[in-house]
Design a protein around this ligand. Structure first.
Ligand SMILES: [Ca+2]
Length: 483
């Protein structure tokens, strides 16, 4: 049974949820028509340094930069995890990496969240929002409890299985629980670039729901590991950079790429144009003023398949990358734009993380703080009324790597990290050492002790998972590629 309820002012919605009855708009307020639309855009593996507004010099991202100029750009916002599935799990559940349902990129990419898990979409739906998710889901494959339309989304279009989302030219996607065929990609053809197909469906969702408040979740599949982009986008960067590392995929999982640098840059600029298309669509429909738009990434940039993290400074000055708990794995771009409510051109060093997204979005919808979660609303920060420097005294991340539990803590200016529960804690002062170059644990035994105390109770054991049989495989007929 779904069990998440709100602490304040939402008794009716809570009752409705608890009773498992029909969910309805029960705000009882005549102002319900003025609830802001919420668009939450999230790139995949886009690093802290990949955007112009975060210091990128080689890749053009004018539309996202414009969001930052017109809104608030955060310099210390953190993803839920350094990898895809748990980061999305934190985002959807409001529980941090030591409590949330999915703790790693398991198995075949389709490990589901359960019926008992309550998502932000379910809460917003109970508050009268139309809900849609378009892109890479990653929290439950076909015929599992984790499918988005069983987790609060009225409409879903895209990839259910996150390994399926490794491919930009597959021969099918899913529309709710139905296969949606892409004949232009059959037999190895590359005619239907899924980021654009998915965006088209998302714009339709906006059209269909323009008269009522909607929550549009856009987990983009760009610029994740495979390096492929349509020809017209590639041309913008063709020959612009030396290409000393053409990518040949030895196991044949990802496509080969002779010009990885130009392709990665083109993919990020392509993503940027798609963000621009969403914003232009909002303006065209007159929804621009009453819509709050977020843009972020699910984890730090990676360095595989010729993505050339160092050439582009994809994670800026941050140490590490995707799948690591150093800042490069978890600190991500985060921008919020809301005309008339968020002061344009603001840069905030407020510290917050993905577990805060659920309560932030429910607060925007006029609901109170959901009970039993780890997050807290940052709406007061967005509207310039916040006190304090962080949403929490302690932030927590974990990721099991090779059977060893890696953990990280942020406490004020301090960042702690250990590779194994019995391993010594590394300590960094992020105020003076954003690149985590110098371990200062020895000089600060009091901070180390405080963090180790916190870590004793920071997490619960993950529950058992039903990974299920893979519905996705690496067969060539599935990828649609001819190699
Ligand atoms: Ca990712």
């Amino acid at each position: 049974m779904k069990r998440r309820t709100f602490i304040q002012s939402t008794a009716l919605a809570a009752l409705s949820l608890a009773a498992g009855g029909t969910l309805f708009n029960c705000s009882g307020s005549s102002s319900s028509g003025k609830k802001p639309n919420i668009i939450f855009m999230m790139a995949d593996d886009l690093g802290y340094g990949h955007l112009g507004c975060y210091g990128q010099e080689k890749i053009k991202t004018p539309h996202i930069d414009r969001l930052a100029w017109e809104g608030m750009r955060f310099t210390q916002c953190y993803a839920g995890s350094p990898v895809c599935a748990p980061s999305r799990s934190v985002l959807m559940t409001g529980l941090h990496a030591g409590h949330t349902a999915i703790r790693g990129n398991y198995g075949s990419g389709g490990t589901p969240i359960y019926d008992e898990d309550v998502t932000v979409a379910e809460l917003l739906k109970s508050y009268g929002y139309a809900t849609g998710a378009f892109g890479k889901w990653g929290l439950g494959d076909i015929n599992t409890s984790g499918m988005p339309h069983k987790q609060g989304f009225d409409r879903f279009f895209g990839y259910l299985n996150q390994v399926h989302a490794h491919y930009y030219y597959p021969w099918f996607l899913y529309e709710n629980d139905k296969k949606y065929l892409l004949p232009g990609n059959e037999g190895g053809k590359r005619e239907q670039y899924t980021p654009d197909v998915i965006l088209g469906k998302a714009l339709e969702f906006i059209d269909q729901n323009k008269e009522q408040p909607f929550f549009l979740y856009l987990p983009f599949v760009l610029p994740h590991v495979e390096l492929l982009v349509p020809e017209e986008s590639f041309r913008e960067y063709e020959g612009k950079f030396p290409e000393p590392h053409p990518w040949v995929d030895e196991i044949g999982h990802y496509a080969d790429q002779p010009a990885p640098r130009a392709t990665l840059a083109a993919m990020i600029s392509h993503l940027d144009r798609n963000v621009g298309r969403v914003m232009a669509h909002l303006k065209k429909l007159g929804l621009d003023e009453n819509t709050i738009v977020f843009f972020c990434s699910d984890n730090g940039a990676q360095n595989k398949k010729g993505a050339d993290l160092h050439f582009f400074k994809g994670n800026g000055e941050l140490r590490g990358k995707k799948a690591e708990l150093y800042e490069g794995g978890i600190r991500v771009p985060m921008i919020a734009r809301w005309p008339g409510k968020i002061e344009p051109g603001t840069v905030s060093d407020y510290i917050w993380a993905f577990q805060d997204v659920m309560p932030t979005l429910t607060a925007l919808a006029g609901a109170g703080q959901p009970e039993g979660i780890d997050g807290t609303s940052v709406v007061p920060v967005l509207t310039g009324r916040a006190e304090g420097k962080a949403s929490h005294s302690f932030f927590y991340w974990e990721l099991e790597k090779g059977g060893v539990l890696h953990q990280a803590v942020r406490h004020g200016r301090w960042k702690g990290l250990r590779k194994g529960i019995s391993a010594p804690l590394e300590l960094y002062n992020l105020e003076t050492d954003i690149s985590e170059t110098t371990d200062v644990a020895e000089q600060n035994p009091g901070i180390v002790q405080k963090m180790e105390e916190y870590l004793k109770n920071a997490r619960s054991e993950p529950r058992s998972y039903e990974h299920g049989a893979p519905t996705w495989s690496y067969r060539k007929e599935d990828t649609g590629y001819i190699r």
